[in-house]
Design a protein around this ligand. Sequence first.
Ligand code: GDP
Ligand code: IMO
Ligand code: MG
Length: 443
Amino acid sequence: MTVTIVGSQLGDEGKGALVDLWGGDADVVARYQGGDNAGHTVVEDGDEYKLSLVPSGAVRGKVGVLGNGCVVNPKTLFSEIDELRKRGLDPDVRVARRAHVILPYHRRLDGIEEEVKSDSDLDAGTTGRGIGPTYEDKAGRRGIRIGDLLDPEVLRDRLEYVVPQKRALAEDVYGVDTGEAFDVEALFEEYRAIGERLTEESMTVNAGEFLGSYLDDGADVLFEGAQGTSIDIDHGIYPYVTSSNPTAGGAATGTGIGPTVVGRGEVVGIVKAYLSRVGTGPLPTELTGDDEDLADYIREKGGEFGTVTGRPRRIGWLDVPMLRHAARANSLTGIAVNHIDVLAGLDEVKVGHSYDLDGEELFTMPATTERWGRCEPNLREFEPWPEVDWTAVAEEGYDAIPENAQAYLEYVSAEVGAPIYAIGVGPDRAETIELVNPFNEDA
Ligand code: GDP
Ligand code: IMO
Ligand code: MG
């Protein structure tokens, strides 16, 4: 069967922690979208791993696949694999030949366009990894795929077509100097060698066939979403979004396994007990003004600084309309709620239960970001819960969670319309309370 893990909010909900927990029961862990803009943290007995491209199942020694829906920077991939090897792991990562390659000019253009857009507040605060420009080229049918790196003639043809366009864009439209990142010869030599390493290490696969044969043999596959529903290019807060589909449908299109297989499995939404946001755009439940001290406190306590870029994350109360939107867009069968330890010991705990927009009460997100930005949250207050020994709570299980936190969890589950499968009370694998293992469910 399959289990799909998706972010229910704005990314950084703690997906890595749950992929690590349930990846222990999977045979293969596959990413289906995004690239090295992701930053997934796994903590095992105090050892922290931050993964941007290698699927988080690597810490459990599982086969990892980067599906066709991913955009792959092979340099990041190799350096991450090398780093994990140094730490004593032996990651087995396969890359779809249909996945698109992030080239140096994509990263340069990402930065250039963000700067230009910032004049009109349209910059998304990207991670600068070249994600958007690579997906643009994919949709424009001028991209370079992993499979193209394996055939020098094809690689040269593709580069000769696309690189002069990119150079002209950078020089003539944006007026910036270009260098090796926009030079056909330099790129050809470097990426041909990368293709050779991919071949030598037998890393490339036809991802759909590869995963399909595992499933045919009765294996369990975990699909690891990156980013989150509200930064999905279709279902998120456009244009402050990423350029792929983190929502569950992406697990099908991004791997070559059909939607009925994905849908027969479990789709688990990862929920952070409050909101964090590393990019730009509106955020109705953001803690600002008089609440800034509270935001600082939560940021420090929750370590809310970008895994990829180190940027301080913006903080807000839980946005429940956002979760209802995620429940529908992903057909969530269950949720995992993380970070309830971070909210412990506060004087007040609130959630945005619904929005007020032009005198109307809304229970899900409006489709345009302009309207969303004008939404006033209707806050609902919860009794705060005390700071406790969370390691002990994790050992004892759900009943040891402070009652007020249980009331909060039960409210979230009821509003989302999905049962709670796990609760995060700290970053370590041992600090997740598991109520349901989705691999044991018959959906
Ligand atoms: P991802 O991108 O969704 O995988 O999430 P990140 O790894 O970017 O950010 C989540 C952060 O919170 C990481 O530092 C995790 O180690 C940490 N974390 C995950 N679950 C919990 C939890 O329940 N409590 C606390 N305090 N930290 C958690
Ligand atoms: P994980 O997988 C949080 C945000 C960026 C920016 C927008 C577009 O760790 O949850 P991009 O570089 O993708 O073109 O940036 O999306 N963003 C994330 N925010 N978590 C992530 O990944 C993110 N990946 C991208 O901050 O607003
Ligand atoms: Mg992250």
